[in-house]
Design a protein around this ligand. Structure first.
Ligand code: DP6
Length: 359
């Protein structure tokens, strides 16, 4: 597949108006995407658990307009008009117009809502961009009916052009994005389902997100990704991501949770180490992030259980643990970790199976 394969032939059908709704989850990377080339091509492959409870639902209403000069759309979040979201959507439309040439033919009303609070420090770009990409693909499907496989691949391809990690949110439960020699059909252009069997230890894997800091990040992901250009450790980091993905293959096959923990925690800390060693450097972890990490390590030492953490580009901590150890971890969260969460807030999630069409 190349980019050109997603440029459609002139559409054969006509469509006046309609509406589609998709609900799409967030995802949490185990091997991190950090650094990209032109056109949202990742500098290294990544792999993520698709989540279940943290999701965005987007309704896209469309009606044909008399001219095709400009983009025309309104966007609402939880019923409130959000003109400040418009530049991001406009940039997205510009990037994808060659692949969806109908964009200037319609006026769109985009109504979106998240299951998690907007100001929770949880990025809504992955779930939001994937839900919007799926709605737009539903419009295209009315204009040229293509296969289900093409639909999902192109939706992931479009979501990637909105936000890289969004291309990993359409399906579940484990998604690879970025070319990797040992993962057949893996691609820099879109996310693919992890193609091998996954050990039962990972079934229903939990992700509890401890909301350490709900504020706006001081440094955006876009700036962070860019700082990987000319980064002194970039080459080694990109190689390490390939190696970690190779190692995870045997972990997923054999269910070795201790190896899983070592890879996942190292990936999280390496991501933040890249931030701390870029120029300019920055730190997104907060003192409570560190407190939680130390509590997790102590808990593991004392109990021998398999709780581990990962981090996104922020201060919040994702607690990852197997279903059968959930009771003990809940006690730790309620007795000790909740004290480090802003207003005592955390979100219970688990591994999920991807986006759903609502109507
Ligand atoms: C740290 O996908 O938010 O969460 O492509 O610029 O929109 P853009 O970046 P984004 O970056 C996510 C980075 C990460 C790691 C990951 O999810 O793999």
């Amino acid at each position: 597949m190349t980019e050109k394969d997603f440029i459609p032939k002139p559409y054969s059908s006509a469509l006046e108006k309609g509406s589609f709704t998709w609900s799409s989850p967030s995802n949490i990377a185990l091997v991190k995407y950090w650094g990209k080339k032109e056109n949202q091509i990742p500098a290294n492959p990544s792999i993520s658990f698709t989540l279940d409870a943290c999701k965005t639902t987007t309704e896209l209403k469309f009606s044909k307009k008399s001219n095709s000069c400009n983009y025309s759309f309104d966007i609402f979040l939880e019923g409130e008009k959000k003109d400040d979201f418009k530049p991001k959507i406009e940039t997205f439309f510009k990037r994808i117009e060659v692949y969806l040439p109908f964009l200037k033919d319609y006026h769109f009303v985009i109504e979106t809502s998240n299951t998690f609070p907007h100001s929770s420090g949880i990025a809504s770009s992955a779930s939001g961009m994937s839900a919007l990409a799926l709605c737009l693909m539903s419009v295209e499907k009315e204009l040229n009916n293509k296969s289900e496989e093409y639909f999902m691949q192109k939706a992931s391809f479009l979501a990637r052009l909105g936000s890289g990690s969004a291309c990993r949110s359409l399906e579940g439960d484990l998604i690879v994005w970025g070319k990797h020699n040992e993962i057949p059909n893996s691609s820099d252009l879109f996310g693919v389902k992890y193609p091998f069997k996954i050990h039962k230890n990972f079934k229903n894997y939990h992700d509890t997100i401890l909301l350490v800091d709900k504020g706006e990040k001081q440094v955006s992901s876009t700036i962070g990704h860019n700082l990987m250009h000319n980064h002194p450790y970039a080459k080694q980091r990109f190689e390490q991501a390939h190696d970690n993905l190779s190692k995870l293959k045997s972990v997923f096959k054999e269910g070795n949770l201790n190896e899983f923990i070592a890879i996942v925690e190292s990936e999280a800390l390496t991501l933040h180490a890249m931030m701390m060693t870029s120029m300019p450097y920055f730190i997104l972890m907060k003192p409570n992030t560190m407190e939680i990490i130390n509590k997790i390590w102590k808990f593991r030492q004392e109990t021998g259980l398999h709780l581990c953490f990962t981090l996104d580009a922020g201060a919040n901590v994702h607690l990852l643990y197997p279903e059968k150890e959930a009771e003990d971890v809940f006690k730790l969260i309620n007795n000790e970790l909740v004290a480090y969460c802003q207003n005592g807030h955390y979100i219970c999630d688990r591994i999920g199976f991807g986006a759903k069409k609502v109507k």
